[in-house]
Design a protein around this ligand. Sequence first.
Ligand code: BES
Ligand code: MN
Ligand code: MN
Length: 452
Amino acid sequence: MIKEYISRNQDRFLSELFDWLRIPSISADSNYKRDVRSAAEFLRDKLTDAGADSVEICETEGNPIVYAEKVIDPSLPTVLVYGHYDVQPPDPVNLWNSPPFEPVIKDGKIYARGACDDKGQAYMHVKAFEAMSQLKLLNCNLKFMVEGEEEIGSDNLGIFVAKNKDKLRADVILISDTGMISLENPSITTGLRGLSYVEVEVTGPNRDLHSGVYGGAVANPVNALCQMIASFHDENGRVTIPGFYDKVEELTASERAAINKAPFDINAYKRELGIKELKGEKDFSTLERTGIRPTLDVNGIWGGYTGEGAKTVLPAKAFAKISMRLVPNQVSTEITALFTKHFLSIIPPYVTARVTPLHGGEPAVTSTDSAAYKAASKAFEEIFGKTPIPMRDGGSIPIVALFKKELGLDTVLMGFGFDTDAIHSPNEHFGVKNFFLGIETIVAFYKHFGKK
Ligand code: BES
Ligand code: MN
Ligand code: MN
């Protein structure tokens, strides 16, 4: 029945999603404020059409939150669906094979910014809801909360959640904003890393200098910053910040064995990324390095002259954006403090430096014993023909830990993207198959979770 409904409506589902993808709802860039709002309004209208009883645009200090409800019987369980309609900036735009906000299908994949993260995945929930309303399959109450600031840290969503605990009452949170291993090997995400993100500034002389007149006598802040950054890892790929690993949860041998049982083709992984060798913390596998170990990475570094051609200059300042991915039981504010203390302690005498924390979020681990996880597992099994593997993901959705803390709710992370979908990169895409199988799997989830 559901398969038939999807195939009868598939062209419309895709063309609606394409309309949504055409709206450049880039939260990081204030020039796109109006587009961000139209993406919210678009979703409000689609949730109304899909059969919600009440749909609102909830204003915040920043971008609005789209909230919708369908209550069929207060005595039934309630599922709160979360997603985000904001997207990352598309830069560098010249590396896209087709314009980022003009979606196209090529080789069975939808190419556009947000195709996978997260408009494509959030839209599966809207269409699953529509199908269940039309086919009279609804067997639990539904709430939708879709925000426009996930890619910039969800600060206002945190405030909204704390203020609206009653309104958001539910039995479980359902999110599709993560990945799965492959269509042959479905998986359910059971862990997300936390994040501590800082910007650093190193200052040398009081102005940019001629690199010939002064070079060799005056310290170069870019050189100094690079040396400091180089010292953040030791020869075993471990982060050198004192105390960084103090709270890291160590997994048992059998837990680690379970992680490493997941299918993973190291050669395909390297080939797809165009790299000869992998690099990471000694004595941990790739899946462990991204799933259960904390990291430190420079996200961007600048200073001096970066325009066309050569300009001989000894820059006055150097900057870097640095992120640390965190695992249970690290706490982002504590890690930011450890980083800051360490960074300030290693400043060489010939420059000054400062650290500005940008944002943080806590790691999360979800249960595989809950009724909701079991329903999700059965749903994947039904649609993909295989029991899904529980898997820790390396990315972050800080609001998941907050849902637990503020609302006491567990989350089920039913993601349908692949690691290779190029989220945040040029040529982001999402499989057309993934999109339709996702809708089916979501409908199957409700079948197993709601009233029988
Ligand atoms: N959907 C991603 C997170 C993600 C991707 C989790 C793949 C697991 C697998 C989300 O939109 C995202 O990009 N989060 C940011 C953090 C946020 C605070 C900016 C991230 O992980 O960098
Ligand atoms: Mn996302
Ligand atoms: Mn993202």
